[in-house]
Design a protein around this ligand. Structure first.
Ligand code: C2E
Ligand code: MG
Length: 518
């Protein structure tokens, strides 16, 4: 019996030992598991922070413009959408402003692309500083946008002027001129890109000469834009259909009152609207490359006209052709002028090239080289609107110019006062001293013509003598035989017609001889 209790005791001890050991094992296992879990949690936290960081970094990369280090178009669209769908205590208002560096082309041309890049960078940094409370971005290289939420118009325009002035005055050598378009958003469900386009459209209507550096988008602006778009689209077809016409305005020798040359001025025979003045379409064409096409067309028509005069044995009148300053980005147009001059076998003294003074306000080495090349090719060069800028004397000194045409406004402004007349007299005297031919345009009265002759002007152009006229009227003015030959329905004869004209002339002589015999 005693042994039984001893054995039971031993068994209980063994069981307790086993259980205790097991408990220890369990404890160790539990600790191991908890530690592992903690380790996992820590690692997970670390991973999560790292991946959040990565997401942020990626997002920043995706939303940042790499070169200027400010927000980009994707950021603008994402943030814009968020703003439009957010909840507000009262009905929100949104204003989208788009702006660009209006003179970036000129800056690149004058100072080179590196300076251009710097200017874009400066603009981006200025925007970042002055629009930090709003959603802003660089949409593409030369387009920046700001989205104002619940801001009054006065505040928006004040911000715009602040950005404009900061950039305009940031460097005395390079004035950054910005132009802003403002679109007041009415329907937030509209596509943001469309909103940007509306603001950009308004911005395009800001002119350098305007007092304000911004324009609000309006329905009228939109209509003008649509009209312009249609006109641009129609232009190519109109060129093909000869809907652009050469009008000639004669220039008179003020001594003999004879026509000594004529200026070619474009007119557009526009369906439903009649004959359009260049003021109705040239500003549009000059803001695009369309002006180059139009000028090429006009120059060739002028060459054809001179060739036709020569072939018809008519003493040709030297023609003055306008050269838009837009051509001065390279000398390709000089090649073209030479090509057509040679194609139609026209002598140099029958072509005068009129370059507007505004195109020569800054004579870059490239412009100077182009002018010199035109001179070397033998073209007669005339500065148009001379005196409309402040530094005309420099032009005369530095460039191989043959003629100057005094600005029309200059004549009307100055002819009324003695002081103005003295300036005009000295200007003409100086130009003649330097051997320039002086032309005055905009002569509207006989008194003006007499006064100009008195103070030394050689050539006059203006309504007093004749308005610009179509070719047939010009030929009549010029009183030459073949003018009577044009078929009455032939509104605008072309080069191809001149062989037919020759037949007509031959026929005319035959008829005349026959009637003389009879
Ligand atoms: P512009 O070269 O200064 O041409 C003279 C302008 O003055 C012409 O206007 C002419 O009609 C106008 N004018 C002439 N005499 C008088 C006058 O006595 N009184 C008044 N009030 N005006 C007078 P237009 O034909 O409307 O041409 C306007 C401008 O359009 C031209 O000014 C020229 O800069 C440009 N232009 C015309 N044709 C062409 C062209 O084929 N190519 C280029 N690039 N520009 C052209
Ligand atoms: Mg002209």
């Amino acid at each position: 019996m005693q042994w039984f209790f001893i054995l039971l005791f031993i068994a209980v001890c063994i069981l307790a030992g086993v259980l205790y050991h097991h408990y220890d094992l369990m404890k160790a296992y539990y600790k191991y598991q908890t530690d592992a879990l903690e380790r996992m949690e820590k690692r997970y936290d670390k991973d999560l922070t790292a991946s959040n960081q990565k997401v942020n970094e990626l997002q920043t990369i995706a939303f940042m413009n790499a070169t200027t280090n400010i927000w980009n178009i994707d950021y603008f669209i994402t943030q814009g959408k968020k703003a439009f769908t957010a909840t507000y205590d009262f009905p929100p208002s949104f204003t989208l402003v788009a702006f660009n560096i209006a003179n970036i082309g000129k800056i690149n041309q004058l100072f080179g692309p590196t300076e251009g890049d710097k200017v874009v960078y400066t603009t981006a940094q200025t925007l970042k500083k002055l629009a930090s409370q709003h959603i802003y971005a660089q949409i593409y290289s030369n387009l920046f946008c700001i989205l104002f939420i619940n801001c009054k118009d006065e505040y928006v325009t004040e911000r715009i002027e602040k950005i404009y002035n900061t950039l305009y005055t940031h460097d005395t050598n390079v004035q950054i001129r910005t132009a802003f378009g403002i679109y007041k958003i009415k329907n937030t469900s509209e596509n943001i890109m469309d909103m940007i386009n509306y603001a950009t459209l308004a911005q395009k209507f800001v002119k350098e000469s305007d007092d304000l550096c911004y324009k609000f988008f309006t329905n009228e602006l939109n209509q003008t834009f649509l009209d312009n778009k249609r006109m641009s689209e129609e232009m190519e077809q109109a060129l093909e259909d000869h809907k652009f016409m050469v009008y000639l305005q004669p220039m008179y020798d003020l001594h003999s009152y004879k026509i000594i040359s004529a200026e070619a001025l474009v007119r557009w025979d526009y369906p439903g609207k009649g004959v359009l003045s260049p003021y109705a379409f040239l500003p549009l064409f000059e803001s695009t490359s369309l002006i180059q096409k139009l000028d090429y067309y006009m120059w060739e028509e002028c060459m054809k006209l001179i060739r036709r005069w020569i072939d018809n044995k008519i003493t040709p009148t030297p023609i003055t052709m306008n050269i838009s300053p837009n051509h001065f980005t390279n000398d390709k147009f000089v090649d073209y002028l030479v090509e057509i001059r040679d194609k139609y076998l026209i002598q140099n003294d029958l072509i005068i090239l009129e370059i507007p003074e505004r195109g020569l306000s800054t004579v870059t080495p490239q412009i100077s080289q182009i002018i010199n090349r035109l001179h070397d090719e033998g073209f007669i060069l005339c500065i148009d609107g001379f005196g409309s800028l402040n530094s005309p004397l420099n032009l005369l000194k530095d460039l191989p110019i043959d003629r100057i045409k005094l600005d029309r406004s200059f004549l009307s402004k100055n002819s009324t006062s003695d002081e103005g007349l003295t300036i005009l007299r000295y200007l003409i005297a100086m130009a003649k001293e330097l051997d320039f031919t002086v032309i005055t345009e905009g002569i509207e009265t006989e008194e003006q013509a007499n006064m100009l002759l008195e103070i030394g002007c050689d050539i006059g152009q203006g309504y007093h003598f004749s308005k610009p006229v179509d070719l047939r009227t010009f030929d009549n003015l010029n009183k030459t035989l073949v003018k009577a030959m044009y078929r009455p329905d032939e509104y605008y004869p072309t080069f191809e017609d001149y062989t037919r004209d020759l037949d007509l002339i031959a026929q005319f002589f035959v008829n005349r001889e026959n009637s003389a015999v009879e």
